[in-house]
Design a protein around this ligand. Sequence first.
Ligand code: ZN
Ligand code: ZN
Length: 402
Amino acid sequence: MPAPGPSTLRYGGNTPCVEVRAGGQLFILDAGTGLRALGRQLLAELAGDPLHANLLLTHYHWDHIEGLPSFEPLFLASTNLRLFGPVPQGEAVRDLVDILRVLFDSSFSPLRPESARATVTPTHLTGGSDITLGDTHIRTCTLNHPQGALAYRLEHNGVAVVYATDHEPGKVDLDRALCDLAHDAHLFISDAQFTPEELAVPGAAGAARGHGSWDASVRLAREAEVKNLVLFHHHPARADEEIDRLLASAREVFPATCAAAEGMMIDAEPDRVHLWALHGRRGQRVSLPMAVQVEATREGSPLRHPAHLKDIGFQGAYFLSPESYEREQPLSVEITWPGEERAFRRTEDEGLVRLRGTVARIDPKASNGGWTGIGVTFTESFTIDVLPLPGGGNGRGDPDAD
Ligand SMILES: [Zn+2]
Ligand SMILES: [Zn+2]
């Protein structure tokens, strides 16, 4: 289920939908609720030009298809959608075209199948399929999941991305096939829904879990010698702070790990993978230019230096720093709250406050003096009162910052 709410603001609450662009082609991996926003974004970008896309479905559990009725390009006759997925294993859906018939059934919504005017071309795949679309080579393998699921490897221009969600480790032959599929991938997107402790407990009545964990993903990433691991398919009940902790544990074993987050973008080239942007920090923030102290650790030694805070909100802060940092690096920002003119007041104590967070954004040479802009998301919550800004500001900082 989608899990929007205050506890998932940073990592996001949509169900699976990943966009891959390669050689002028567009691939969409799964049609979870994230597909709604992607559809709008694509239409805005195309500005009236027709959409040509390849939608690769791993399987037909709700969380992987429920975005389709909200995918606006599906209702345009100019859209060309090539649909790929395994042969369905249930009764309601017998083939790929059936998905639309079921999703648009009058029992559930006012939408009719004929309102989906796009040209949809279905192709069934199985584990071990090997196809080429344009100049992108795609291979699949079967995953261990109730009703089955497919993992996809997309390879273009010497870069390989492997999307393997909804997999429970433990079936030797399927684990082996996935390890082969993922071998040497630049980006391995892997199911990490459960904690290792949760995964060790069987489901109700011994039911299959159908999902993995961060440590199973890390093991597979090492075995398959992938370059970067993305923890994916977070549990809907997992709060941002809990994902921070899972990520920290995974990074201790496999440093090139990140946790999938709403709007995260990754550039992959044969010799370099660059995670470069997240959507802006949401929520109210205020411009609060003032001197702060930043504390971090570099190569085991403590590092402490002054920096210049630009804005701050409940979820994070943005400051200019003479030092640069790595993404996801933990640090703390020490703020002496201003007196009379303060925009923020901490309710329980005043004076010196240390806010811990991790680096979410790095803007090289963000200031005239060559300092680096650092966006931090807080990893602990704190309570503040927001007071009107002096001079009648609107309470929002630079919308482009972080
Ligand atoms: Zn599933
Ligand atoms: Zn799923």
